[in-house]
Design a protein around this ligand. Structure first.
Ligand code: NAD
Length: 502
């Protein structure tokens, strides 16, 4: 297929526009000024052009969001919830199309990107329900009442990464608007298309200005958004390095900042584990879902000495059976990485692992997929390593698993915690005491026992240490998007007592 034919096929099946401006006040701005292209991550086909927005568009979007805020805040929670439910239905009706757009834009399996959108739909529905039950509190006090109520901040500036754009957009938009805020969201420059398409659905449902989407580069649109004096709250998902910049920007203006950052999560196998084959399957999924480009990935697998040989023989055999293929191919389970830059970064870590003496058990090479020469496909890779190695400490964001042998419980816990991150962890055991003792001692925002990635709606999702500040995906998230205000009512003024009588 020539690039031109692929262009036509992509455009016909996904309904994407040739050009996307900024989405402000429910309209896309016209093409003017610089733009950047979106390419199919696998084939390199040109998909669309996107406005490279900067401070002018951020200014316009923040203004729109400020104008929309008072009326949006004044709506009853039930009315805001009704619109979120409509958005969930609209995404559901467009799911195959949106999943295909993401599969092309970021190169991930279309089955996975469809799951992302299902997850996003669940988010919109969850926060529609949550906002109605997000109650303040009150109590009678002598001669009156004390009321504590939650109030939205105002305009939320939100910035998201490229790996799971549908989930990231929903994680940000759903709680913010449910709580009565308005939003200016910047998608990632590597994965803007499905979020901009979401704008088309939003335009049919929400009042103008409630949700605005401004595409562009991090150092331009992103930096302008974080520095804008009209933004009342910042929320960011991405790398810990950029998270630090966002935190500084929030600190300068003293606005609250929530951060969801990187991870290097331990996944711990006890010798008493039942169903070893299922654990191998789950540990493989933990490392390879999203082609390993997931902040939550279980990338450090701690396997006990007593079962190490048997378990690792199964693990290596499993990785060897995993086929790599294009995003739309249903016979393979791993596809390509987002970009050449990311591919080279991952290959660089594989070289680093070899150089520091880690033992390569399987994988380690780039895979050629005919017709997809543009894509960066990498074999599912396992290293046997120690926890102090670079490949065990740094986030690789690719299909690379590091396995660490353990036999002493306290030492294993020390190593599991001995990274700068603390996002998630997995534990496999048939012993309840092991499970709970380990979960209690792990420094991680989410601990999954016997099933990694077991994310039920409403599970708090957030990081310890350098993995972030705040929790998303749960009722508590609404607190992150609201101030707590107390109103104290006294039935009538007290009798005068302070000033001496005349
Ligand atoms: P990144 O930090 O480079 O970029 C994320 C976003 O920040 C992009 O939209 C980018 O344009 C923007 N950005 C970059 N520089 C900026 C600046 N100076 N000012 C404002 N915005 C700026 O991250 P990435 O490479 O796109 O994504 C991968 C990272 O995201 C990984 O570390 C991963 O673990 C993390 N992540 C975390 C979660 C989570 O929920 N904890 C989820 C997904 C990804």
């Amino acid at each position: 297929m020539s690039i031109d034919t692929q262009d036509a096929t992509a455009a016909a099946s996904t309904g994407i526009s040739a050009f996307y401006g900024a989405f402000i006040n429910n309209e896309f701005t016209a093409a003017s000024g610089p733009s950047f292209p979106a390419f199919d991550a696998g084939t390199g086909a040109h998909l669309a052009d996107i406005a490279r927005c900067g401070s002018a568009e951020i200014e316009e979007a923040v203004r729109a969001a400020r104008v929309a805020f008072p009326a949006w805040k004044a709506l009853a929670a039930e009315e805001r919830a009704a619109l979120l439910l409509k958005l969930a239905d609209a995404v559901e009706a467009n799911l195959p199309r949106l999943a295909l757009i993401d599969a092309q834009d970021i190169g991930r399996k279309v089955g996975e990107t469809a799951l992302d959108h299902q997850f996003a739909i669940n988010q919109y529905r969850y926060f529609a329900a949550a906002t109605i039950t997000h109650e303040g509190w009150g109590r009678p006090i002598p001669n009156g009442y004390l009321v504590a109520k939650r109030e939205p901040y105002g305009v939320c500036g939100q910035i998201i990464p490229w790996n799971v754009p549908a989930i990231m957009a929903a994680f940000k938009i759903a709680p913010a608007v449910a709580a009565g805020n308005t939003v200016v969201l910047k998608p990632d420059e590597n994965a803007s298309l499905s979020t901009l398409e979401l704008g088309k659905l939003i335009a049919e449902i929400f009042p103008p200005g409630v949700i605005n989407i401004v595409p562009g580069m991090g150092e331009e649109a992103g930096a302008a958004l974080t520095a804008h004096p009209g933004v009342d709250k910042l929320a960011f998902t991405g790398s810990s390095e950029v998270g630090r910049l966002i935190s500084v920007a929030g600190g300068k203006r003293l606005v609250p900042v929530s951060l969801e950052l990187g991870g290097k999560s331990p996944n711990i196998v006890f010798p008493d584990t039942d169903k070893l084959d299922s654990v191998v399957d789950n540990a493989s999924f933990a490392a390879l879902y999203c082609n390993g480009q997931s902040c939550l990935a279980g990338t450090r697998l701690f396997v006990h000495d007593d079962i190490y040989d048997e378990f690792m023989a199964k693990m290596v055999a499993a990785f060897k059976r995993i086929k790599v293929g294009p995003a739309h191919d249903t016979s393979s389970s791993l596809s390509g990485l987002i970009s050449e830059e990311q591919g080279l970064r991952v290959l660089g870590y594989i070289e680093k692992g070899l150089a520091e003496g880690a033992k390569l058990l399987t994988g380690g090479k780039r895979v050629a997929v005919p017709g997809y020469e543009h894509g960066y496909f990498i074999e599912p890779t396992i290293f046997e390593a120690t926890n102090d190695m670079v490949i065990a400490q740094e986030e690789i964001f690719g299909p690379v698993l590091t396995v660490i042998r353990w036999n002493d419980f306290d030492q294993m816990i020390h190593e599991a915690n001995n990274v700068r991150y603390g996002l998630a962890a997995g534990v496999y055991t048939s012993n309840l005491k092991n499970a709970m003792a380990t979960a209690d001692r792990l420094e991680a925002g989410s601990v999954w026992i016997n099933s990694y990635f077991n994310l039920a709606s409403g599970s708090p999702f957030g990081g310890f240490k350098e993995s972030g500040i705040g929790s998303e995906y749960c009722h508590e998230t609404l607190n992150m998007y609201t101030h707590l205000k107390s109103i104290t009512l006294q039935n009538e003024p007290s009798d005068a007592w302070f000033v001496p009588s005349p």
